[in-house]
Design a protein. Structure first.
Ligand code: CMC
Length: 428
C-alpha cells in the first residue's frame, strides 16, 4: 500500500499521497489539496518545498553529501573533468570514450560565435557588468539558431554543446572588450577550460601556455559548480522553460538569477569582504561582532547555505585545491591566510555553531580565480559557465516531463480588500 499523510483542518480530514524518492526522502504530495479543501500551502522562499521530482543531482544537507547522477562529488572532482561532468549531468550516464570524444568534438565545432555578434559586444559601455553582457549575448546567440530551436528536442545534443561552448566564448569576449583588447578566436587544439583561459589571456603572435595545475584547478571549479539541485538560478531556468521558452532564453534567465550576492555573486562578495578587512586592518573579532549584529546588515559572505547544515563538500575540495595551486605557483595571497583565520573564528563561535553555518563553495573559489588573474567582475561569470550543464539538464528534464505543467505557484494575498475606484480629483 502506498504511503499517505492526513491533514486535519477545520474539522475535516484530508488524505494526501506521500511520494518517496530514490534516497528514501518522503514528501507529502499536496497537488490535489486545493481541489479537495480550498487550502494552499505557504512556504515563503521555498525553504521546505519540493518544486519538482528530479533525477539529476542529490544533496543530503545534513550529512554534507552531493552527487551528480549518483556519483559522489569527491570522486568526480578527483577523477573527472568539466566536459565529462557536463555530459553526465545532461545525458544521465558517464560517457564511453567514443561518446566523450564526440561530445568534445561538438564543443569544438561550435566554439565560434557568429562573426556579426562581434559588433554587438562593442555596443556595451566599457564598464558594463560581464553578467549583463553574458545574459544578453546568450539570448543574442539564440537568435542565430532559429532552425535549431525549431527542432531543439531532436537535436538536443547539438543545442546543449553549442550553448556550453559558446557561453565560454562569449564570457571571454566580454572580458577582452572591457579591457579594450582584441577578441581571441578559440583554438582547435585546446581542451575546454584551457581554451577559455587562452581566449581570456592569450595575445596575438605570442605563445601563451597556462600552468596545467592552474587549468586543472579552474576546470575543477567549473565541475564543482555544474549543478546543485533546485537553487535560485536552476529553479529560474525550470520556471522559464516550463512556459515553453527555448533553451537559450531559459538559460539567459538563469544567468540573471545567478548574479545576486546571495547566490552566484557571493564569490565576488567574499573577495570584497576579505579585501576590506585586509586593507582596513580591522580585527576579526570586531568584524564577526558586526556580522552577529543583525542591525549592521553585514553577513559573513561565503558562509551558510539553505540546504547544507554541515560542511559544503565543494568547499572542502576547493580549499584543498587552493592550497595546492597557490603553493605550486609560489603565490602568497594574504587573503587566503585571512580567509582561513576567519573560517576558524566563525567555526568556533556560538552564533555560527547554533545556526549550522559553514563555508560554502564561494568561500575559497575566488582565491583560486585571483591566482589565475581572473578579474573580480568575471568571478560570477565563471560560476555561470560552470552551471550551464546543470541548467541545460534541468531545462531538458522539465521539457520531457510527461506530466509537466507550467510552473505557477500560488500566494497568500495580503493586500487591500475590494474598494471602489476614486477619481483623481477626489483623491487627497
Ligand atoms: N552570515 C551571518 N548570518 C547568517 C549567514 C551569514 N552568511 N547566513 C545565514 N545567517 C543567519 C541568518 O541571519 C539567520 O539567523 P536568525 O535565525 O537569527 O534569523 C540564520 O542564519 C538562517 O539564515 P537564513 O537567511 O534564513 O538562511 P537562508 O537559507 O535563507 O540563506 C544563504 C542561505 C546562503 C542566502 C545565507 O546563508 C547567506 O546569505 N549566506 C551568505 C551569502 C553566500 O555565501 N551565498 C552563497 C551560497 S552557496 C552558492 C550559491 O548557492 O550560489
Amino acid at each position: 500500500m502506498s504511503a499517505k499523510a492526513t491533514l486535519t483542518y477545520a474539522g475535516k480530514t484530508h488524505e494526501l499521497p506521500v511520494i518517496i524518492g530514490s534516497e528514501d526522502e518522503h514528501a507529502i504530495d499536496i497537488m490535489k489539496l486545493r481541489a479537495g479543501s480550498g487550502l494552499i500551502t505557504y512556504d515563503d522562499g521555498f525553504g521546505n518545498t519540493g518544486s519538482c521530482a528530479g533525477g539529476i543531482t542529490y544533496i543530503d544537507g545534513e550529512n554534507g553529501i552531493l552527487r551528480y547522477r549518483g556519483y559522489p562529488i569527491e570522486q568526480l572532482a578527483e577523477h573527472s573533468d568539466f566536459v565529462e561532468a557536463a555530459y553526465l549531468l545532461i545525458f544521465g550516464e558517464l560517457p564511453t570514450q567514443t561518446e566523450y570524444q564526440e561530445f568534445d568534438d561538438l564543443l569544438t565545432d561550435h566554439m565560434f560565435i557568429h562573426e556579426s555578434m562581434r559588433s554587438q559586444f562593442e555596443s556595451f559601455p566599457d564598464d558594463a557588468p560581464p553578467m549583463a553582457i553574458l545574459s544578453a549575448m546568450i539570448n543574442a546567440a539564440g537568435c542565430f539558431e532559429p532552425a535549431l530551436r525549431a527542432v531543439e528536442e531532436k537535436r538536443f545534443k547539438e543545442s546543449a554543446a553549442r550553448l556550453i561552448s559558446k557561453t565560454r566564448t562569449i564570457a571571454a569576449a566580454s572580458y577582452r572588450i572591457s579591457q579594450g583588447l582584441p577578441m581571441n578566436y578559440p583554438r582547435f587544439d585546446l581542451p575546454y577550460t584551457a581554451n577559455f583561459l587562452h581566449m581570456m589571456f592569450g595575445m596575438p603572435n605570442k605563445d601563451w601556455t597556462p600552468d596545467p595545475d592552474l587549468v586543472r584547478a579552474i576546470d575543477q571549479i567549473l565541475l564543482l559548480h555544474a549543478d546543485h539541485e533546485q537553487n535560485c538560478s536552476t529553479s529560474t531556468v525550470r520556471m522559464v522553460g516550463s512556459g515553453m521558452a527555448n533553451l537559450y532564453a531559459s538559460c539567459a534567465a538563469g544567468v540573471c538569477a545567478l548574479w545576486g550576492p546571495l547566490h552566484g555573486g557571493a564569490n565576488v562578495a567574499v573577495i570584497d569582504m576579505l579585501t576590506r578587512i585586509h586593507e582596513s586592518g580591522e580585527s576579526l573579532d570586531s568584524f564577526i561582532a558586526k556580522v552577529k549584529d543583525k542591525s549592521s546588515g553585514i553577513r559573513l559572505m561565503g558562509f551558510g547555505h539553505r540546504v547544507y547544515k554541515n560542511f559544503d563538500p565543494r568547499a572542502k575540495i576547493i580549499k584543498a585545491s587552493c592550497d595546492r595551486v597557490l603553493d605550486k605557483l609560489g603565490i602568497q595571497d594574504p587573503l587566503l591566510e585571512l580567509a582561513k583565520k576567519l573560517e576558524d573564528v566563525a567555526l568556533h563561535d556560538e552564533y555560527f555553531i547554533e545556526r549550522k553555518l559553514y563555508p560554502n563553495c564561494d568561500f575559497y573559489s575566488g582565491i583560486i580565480m585571483r591566482a589565475a588573474n581572473i578579474p573580480l567582475n568575471m568571478f560570477t561569470v565563471l560560476f555561470a559557465i560552470g552551471r550551464m550543464p546543470g541548467w541545460i539538464a534541468n531545462w531538458h528534464e522539465v521539457r520531457n516531463n510527461p506530466n509537466g505543467r507550467i510552473y505557477r505557484p500560488r500566494q497568500v494575498y495580503t493586500g487591500p480588500t475590494e474598494r471602489p475606484y476614486v477619481p483623481i480629483e477626489k483623491r487627497g
